[in-house]
Write a protein that binds this ligand. Structure first.
Ligand code: HEC
Ligand code: HEC
Length: 265
């Protein structure tokens, strides 16, 4: 009898272990620095995450805008409708409308350096570029290769059919955005990214398009109450933000970054 009871206890303990493992695999965070693969690949993933979180610190020579990748890829690319990068890795190679050629992930990362960061991409075979790609590959680890982005993951939505009320947008900006991004749109260095002006993304960036900014703002801003704005209000505010000046993109800077020599080539 006693033996049976102890066997039952073992079975219960095992069942509990299996159940906990099953549950935790569903709720496992997308990025946990404690749970990375050990060794150099894990280090590369960690570096990629850290670069995207604090880009000017790691790549001061590649960034002109006063912001990090995570300014627009909320939660360092882990948040649905917040510039999520989950599953992206398996969607390359892909056709690129802007450059009219097939591109790889590094080329797409390079575009955000050129336009969103108003800067210069690191070399394709550099430690930094490979680290960013490693991190995006890691975020994509549970998504089958080539799977399209789920509909509820992106932030680009159809715009309202009426034209935006820019003046109303300005009033809402003062109420709902200026506390963090400041009345002059310059943000606060290190805390709140700029929305226009010399330190912002340039006019070639995705975020400079009204559909993209409206969707981003609709789902992610104000940062202390995301989702609280109607689509119309997000549209009016974005139209107002985009009436302000920002750096232009000089096409002469479109030069392919040189490969970085490595001892194994
Ligand atoms: C100013 C905002 C902003 C910043 C800063 C920014 N991005 Fe982006 N990024 C976007 C937007 C908007 C898109 C979607 C663009 C589109 O669909 O036209 C995007 C798309 C991407 C994509 C492709 C995603 C997809 O689903 O196809 C990658 C990869 C990417 N960004 C990486 C980066 C990296 C790496 C950095 C930092 C070096 C960065 N981004 C900085 C706004 C930004
Ligand atoms: C509580 C502070 C806060 C408020 C209020 C706020 N933001 Fe943001 N905003 C942030 C932070 C922080 C980020 C960086 C992304 C993140 O961490 O969520 C950001 C990112 C952004 C970005 C993308 C990065 C960039 O600089 O272009 C845009 C666009 C934006 N906010 C627009 C708005 C608009 C429009 C409003 C008003 C509706 C607003 N924000 C209100 C804090 C705030």
């Amino acid at each position: 009898m006693r033996r049976l009871r102890s066997r039952l206890a073992v079975v219960f303990v095992l069942a509990a272990v299996v159940l906990t493992a099953a549950c935790s695999s569903n709720t496992r965070p997308l990025y946990d620095p404690q749970a990375l693969p050990s060794g150099p690949v894990g280090e590369s993933i960690r570096l990629g995450h850290d670069i995207m979180q604090d880009t000017p610190k790691y790549l001061p020579r590649n960034v002109v805008a006063d912001m990090s990748c995570a300014a627009c890829h909320v939660g360092v690319g882990t948040v649905k409708r917040g510039g999520s990068l989950v599953g992206l890795y398996g969607r390359f190679p892909q056709w690129n409308k802007r450059s009219k050629r097939v591109i790889m992930l590094q080329d797409r990362i390079g575009e955000c350096f050129l336009y969103s960061m108003n800067g210069t991409p690191p070399a394709y075979s550099s430690k930094a570029m490979i680290a960013i790609a490693s991190y995006i590959a890691y975020l994509s680890r549970d998504v089958p290769g080539g799977a399209p982005q789920p509909k509820d993951d992106g932030f680009i939505v159809p715009l309202p059919s009426a034209s935006p009320d820019v003046k109303h947008g300005g009033d809402l900006y003062a109420q709902k955005c200026a506390a963090c991004h400041q009345a002059n749109g310059a943000g606060v260095h290190g805390s709140f990214p700029p929305l226009w002006g010399a330190a912002s993304f340039n006019a070639g960036a995705g975020m400079a398009h009204i559909d993209r900014m409206t969707g981003f703002v609709r789902f992610n801003m104000p940062q202390n109450a995301p989702g609280s704005l109607s689509l119309e209000d997000a549209y009016d505010i974005s139209a107002w933000v985009l009436t302000h000046p920002r750096p232009t993109f000089n096409k002469a800077r479109l030069i392919a970054p040189a490969p970085q020599p490595a001892s194994y080539f």
